[in-house]
Design a protein around this ligand. Structure first.
Ligand code: NDP
Length: 253
């Protein structure tokens, strides 16, 4: 039986990588709803691949008016929302992660805006439209637990996601809304193509694989299965915590 039949979901950044894998998994369990992203072309492609039940709403998660529109439009189209996957994030376009002396104030602010502030306000703007019993899934990162050169600000923002899950879940218990963090390790998505030159991609991915005890990168579909678990009643007693899915990477020094 479908675990999420006719449940309404919003997946930010559902037009790529982990977000798309999660949207597919939710849909396979009967969910309908919205995927978002700024790139209209990949949004259209992703909606087409998902097929019936999902629409694309373009928007920038760092802009309050876009967040408000995404949830208002979704609710007008589908009714009350049952699941929000706060996934959009990662690398800031045109502003690479950098070593400490190369970090500008603008670079710092943009990473925090995309990876922390947007997560908080995505939840805030969703609240008026959420159903009783809704589940919010904040996408964190193993970078919160395992430092890597040049990734300090991103790691700090993602560490704060774990704290957001704890705090927001307490704030929202009275409304019977659960909040949890899902923190992926190294997952094979288009993000690596955004930060590594094409000719070095295979080599860089091999370095990542060598760091992961299970000997491979994770798949967006694997994050999708965990998102289904957190969205469904199967996880009804899981509140304000983090699921870390990293193939064992953070267990080794
Ligand atoms: P992708 O680069 O494949 O996807 C990023 C998504 O975020 C895209 O859909 C992009 O859409 C969207 N996005 C980025 N900036 C904005 C913005 N300002 N407004 C709206 N949407 C935006 O990366 P992943 O799938 O790998 O990453 C997804 C999430 O998983 C991120 O939060 C990332 O930090 C996290 N993560 C990824 C890991 C990995 O190894 N891949 C590991 C740990 C965590 P568009 O460009 O169209 O706006």
């Amino acid at each position: 039986m479908s675990k999420l039949k006719n449940k309404v979901a919003v997946v930010t950044g559902g037009n790529s990588g982990i977000g798309f894998g999660i949207a597919e998994a939710l849909q396979n369990e009967g969910a309908i709803g919205t995927i978002t992203g700024r790139n209209q072309e990949t949004l259209n492609q992703s909606v087409q691949e998902l097929g019936a039940g999902f629409i694309g709403i373009p928007g920038d998660v760092t802009k309050m008016e876009d967040l408000e529109r995404i949830f208002k439009d979704t609710s007008e189209r589908f009714g009350k929302i049952d699941t929000v996957v706060v996934n959009a994030g990662g690398v800031v376009d045109g502003s690479p992660m950098a070593a400490i002396m190369d970090v500008t104030e603008d670079n710092y602010d943009r990473y925090m805006d995309l990876n922390l502030k947007s997560a908080y306000f995505t939840v805030q703007k969703a609240l008026p439209y959420l159903n009783d019993g809704a589940s919010i899934i904040l996408i964190g990162s193993s970078a919160a637990h395992r430092a890597a050169p040049g990734m300090t600000i991103y790691g700090a923002a993602k560490a704060a996601i774990i704290s957001l899950a704890k705090g927001l879940s307490l704030d929202l218990l009275a409304r019977n809304i659960r909040v949890n963090a899902l923190s992926p390790g190294s997952i094979d998505t288009p993000v690596f193509g955004k930060i590594v030159p094409q000719e070095q991609l295979d080599q860089v991915k091999q370095v990542w694989k060598d760091l992961i005890p299970v000997g491979r990168m994770g798949l967006p579909a694997e994050m999708g299965k965990l998102a289904v678990f957190l969205a469904s009643d199967d996880s009804s007693f899981i509140v304000g915590t983090e699921i870390l899915a990293d193939g064992g990477m953070t267990n080794i020094s």
